[in-house]
Design a protein around this ligand. Structure first.
Ligand code: GMT
Length: 375
């Protein structure tokens, strides 16, 4: 198939999933066209089957807001015609599903018919999409998609609760390329980051308030009071400065390593002992899955789709949002016993296997085939 993929080209989970999906589909013989405003961060390799088309939005002073949806829908029209793209898969409803629908309608005028598959990722529904200003447009774009998928059962339930949806929503979980994590790093550089007796705690996020990164600091503070430990923080975002200040106030700045945005999270995860994800809400928690695939147990909140991924008492522990004391207690429980830690590590890796891309990507292929067949 010739598949157009629209996504945010950033480090966020939706962009990562869309990129990994496109790459795997290309390996399976499909021709993939990424259409977005920057080359997706995980798209390192362009090949015969993988193409990237940049959406340009020229700055014009008259526009207080530059019209990205317009530029995107025009680009979609051009690329579908030029490359004979057969199906569009848009990740994140806002504004991608909306722009794709406009493109579809423009193409129809020219006798070109193309179905749209929309994947809902989370914040498009739970945070942004349900905002009254966006709600009619999001509802419309979901209902007008030819197929809709959500990355967890919890996100599907939220979508049906928050919007008046007349379409079936298929749950297709996020996935992971397990081979990438399968002991590839025989030279796992733990010694560069910490002493042998120090436990390595990791958190990866866009450091937005929804991630509750202040809780990460509080949990780590409680851990390092009981045992030698270091905290690896990966990602950039609006909370970064507050976090640094808080670490300074607590006197733990020398135990915290800020990596910023990184394309090498698998290398960092390979030497981590514990992953923290105390988010306010999370439709899936791809970062937790990436940690688990590296054999890192997860201490997380019990919210959204996280309990579908992190299994309480098996791959880690779940606590109520904001219950820093419980999360700290659970973290210390796992870390304080060598054998227990090793069991949780093994369990985490095993739990992640359910999300292997070889299991999940064919589910998307089946949806494309089914959608095209009905079209
Ligand atoms: O977490 C974010 O703020 C980024 C956001 C995104 O759109 O990339 O992540 C969402 O999609 C990911 C991929 O499906 C999920 O793993 C994240 O849980 C979800 N984030 C939220 O629901 C807050």
């Amino acid at each position: 198939m010739k598949i157009g993929i629209v996504c945010y080209p950033t480090f966020g989970g939706s962009g990562v999933v869309a990129t990994e999906l496109g790459l795997e589909l290309s390996k399976r013989g499909h021709e993939i066209h990424f259409i977005t405003y920057n080359q997706p961060v995980r798209l390192e390799l362009l090949s015969n089957n993988v193409h990237y088309h940049e959406v340009n939005v020229p700055e014009y002073p008259l526009f207080h807001y530059q019209p990205y949806e317009l530029a995107l829908s025009s680009k979609l029209v051009d690329m579908v015609k030029l490359h004979k793209i057969e199906i569009l898969h848009v990740h994140y409803a806002i504004p991608h599903a909306y722009a794709a629908y406009m493109a579809k309608k423009m193409l129809e005028e020219e006798g070109v018919f193309i179905p749209i598959v929309t994947t809902l990722h989370g914040t498009d529904i739970t945070l942004v999409g349900s905002h009254p200003f966006y709600k009619p447009a999001v509802t419309f774009s979901i209902n007008k998609s030819d197929a809709v998928t959500a990355v967890s059962q919890s996100l599907k339930d939220d979508t049906l609760r928050l919007f008046n949806i007349k379409k079936d929503i298929n749950v297709v979980s996020n996935f992971i390329d397990l081979e990438k994590y399968n002991d590839k790093f025989t030279d796992c550089q733990r010694g560069m980051m910490a002493n042998d007796d120090e436990k390595i705690i990791t958190h990866i996020s866009n450091l937005r308030p929804v991630k509750r990164s202040q809780d990460v600091i509080s949990i780590f503070y409680n851990i390092q009071k009981e045992m030698p430990a270091k905290l690896m923080l990966i990602g950039e975002g609006p909370e970064r400065e507050h976090i640094e200040l808080r670490c300074q106030e607590l006197g733990i700045l020398d135990k915290v390593i800020f990596f910023g945005k990184s394309n090498e999270i698998d290398k960092i995860l390979c030497f981590s002992d514990l992953f923290l994800l105390p988010s306010q809400t999370e439709s899936f928690g791809l970062a937790a899955l990436e940690a688990m695939a590296s054999g890192v147990p997860v201490i997380s909140s019990n919210t959204g789709g996280i309990p579908e991924v992190n299994i309480h008492g098996v791959s880690g522990f779940l606590s109520e949002v904001g219950d820093v004391a419980d999360m700290s207690k659970n973290a210390l429980y796992i870390l304080s016993d060598k054998e227990r830690l090793s069991t949780f590590k093994k369990n985490a890796k095993q739990t992640a296997e359910k999300y292997d891309l070889h299991t999940i990507v064919p589910q998307y292929e089946a949806i494309y085939e089914d959608t095209l067949a009905k079209y």
